[in-house]
Design a protein around this ligand. Sequence first.
Ligand code: ARG
Length: 275
Amino acid sequence: MVRVTRFRFLRQFLVGLVCVVMIAACGGGGDTSTPAGDAAGGGSDRLVVATEPAFPPFEFQAEDGSLAGFDIDLMNAIGEAAGFEVEFQSLPFDGIIPALQSNTVDAAISGMTITAARLETVDFSRPYIAAGLAIAVQESNTDINSIDDLEGKRIAVQIGTTGAETANGIANAQVSTFDSAPLALQELANGNADAVINDAPVTLDAIASGNIPGLKVIGELVTEEYYGIALPKGSPNLERVNSGMATIIENGTYAEIFQTWFGAEPPELPEEAPL
Ligand code: ARG
C-alpha cells in the first residue's frame, strides 16, 4: 500500500522533473582517482556524519532504534566505495550547519537541500536526489489550492528548513516552527495550523504510511530542490565523497538503493544543482 503510493508519487514527481532537469552525464564525476589521504585530516577512515532522523523515507529510527532510510543506505555505500567507515550522529536539523562549521562532525546527510545561502558556509557533494516542497492541508480543506492562498494563514514548518524559509516569505502568514517535520504535520492534523510546507517525498510518505491521518497534498510542487551531502568548507573529504558517489552511480548500487526506497528506476542526476 505504502509502496504503491510511493511509486505513484514518484512516477508523477520524477516524470515531471525529467522535463525540467537538464540532464548531465551521470558518470564521470570529474577526477575519479581517489586520493589516499589529503592534507589536514583527509584520508581519515572514519567519518562522523550528522543526521536528523525524523525524516522518512530519507532517515528515521527503525523499531530497534537503529537508523534506516535512503540517506543512511546511500552514505554507507559511499563510505564502502570510497574506503571510509561511517559513524552517524543524530542532531537537531538546525544544529547541523553549526556542527559542520565548528568541525564537530565531518559531514551531514539529512535530506538537506543545496542552496546558495548554505553554500556560503558549507560545501556540498554533487546532488544525490531531486525533491521539492509541497503544501499539505487537511483533507477537508477546499480553500487552499496554491501557495497564493497561504497569505495570512497559519503555517507549520520544521525549523531551519527550506520549507520554513518559504513560509517566512509569505505575506502575513503566522509561521510556527517545530523540531521535526512529523511534529509540524501533527499540528496540522490537530487543526492548529492551516498548512504545512515540507519536502514532498516526506509529507507524502507520512500520509501514505497512515502515520498522520486526514491530510492531503495540494497541487504542484512549490519548488524543485536537490539534496546534497554537506561538509565543512574546504573539507578534504569532499572529493572522496564525490568519487564514492560516482562509483556507486556507475556500478548500480545507487540504483539498487533507489529501488529499495522508492520502487522505481532512478532518474539521471545533474552534476550540479541548479540554484
Ligand atoms: N530539504 C529541506 C532542507 O534542506 C528539509 C530537510 C530536513 N531534513 C531532516 N532530516 N529533517 O531544508
